[in-house]
Design a protein around this ligand. Structure first.
Ligand SMILES: [Zn+2]
Length: 200
């Protein structure tokens, strides 16, 4: 019989995506069996990070700095913006290590059912950054789902007014696939072989 403290820990841990109650119990047990080396450092680091974590007001990335380290990095190309659905996609492209531009994280896709509008995707902020930094290329890296494609058409349509080249990742992203599930080589290739979006 577990105490309320341990039960609460397990229940909190089991809310993490990918961890059900069984894995959560196993993880918590490992931590509890070695509090000095595992539980305390994890708890302290979590608290430290929790107090500092912010959303970047420019790109929507999550970091302990606002603007985030990517937006603050002078060595990164400010005239190229890659548009991704989620922060996990940004992290996946960063892991691939070949992209040297900036990002815009939509935080979702247009969806009438879920009531997600262009305003929720911070499209005005995107347009503002494009004008301010005289961006000359926008890379659409939304998923190949219907909602992802609808969002990408919407954005490319919006950008027709701007003097900006719109490209999209090369073929090779699986249907409904999320960037996070692709290996670094595939992401790098999809980026370097990106195609101009057809005018329609
Ligand atoms: Zn940023």
């Amino acid at each position: 019989m577990e105490s309320i403290e341990i039960k609460t820990l397990i229940s909190l841990m089991s809310k993490i995506p990918g961890l059900g109650p069984r894995s959560a119990r196993r993880a918590i047990l490992t931590l509890l069996q070695n509090p000095e080396k595992k539980l305390i450092p994890l708890a302290e680091q979590m608290l430290l990070t929790a107090k500092k974590i912010k959303l970047c007001n420019i790109c929507g990335n999550i970091d302990v700095h606002d603007p985030c380290l990517i937006c603050k990095d002078d060595k990164r190309e400010i005239k190229t913006i890659c548009i991704v659905e989620e922060i996990s996609d940004l992290w996946a492209i960063e892991r691939a290590g070949t992209y040297k531009g900036r990002y815009h994280v939509l935080g979702g896709v247009l969806s009438a059912i879920d009531g997600i509008t262009a305003e929720d995707l911070k499209v005005n902020k995107l347009l503002e950054v494009i004008k301010k930094n005289e961006v000359d290329e926008v890379i659409l890296a939304t998923s190949v789902t219907v909602a992802g494609q609808t969002t990408s058409y919407y954005i490319s349509d919006l950008l027709k007014e701007e003097k900006v080249k719109v490209t999209r990742l090369a073929q090779g992203i699986p249907m409904g696939g999320e960037l996070d599930y692709l290996d670094e080589g595939t992401i790098g290739a999809a980026l370097s072989l990106r195609q101009p979006v057809q005018e329609n």
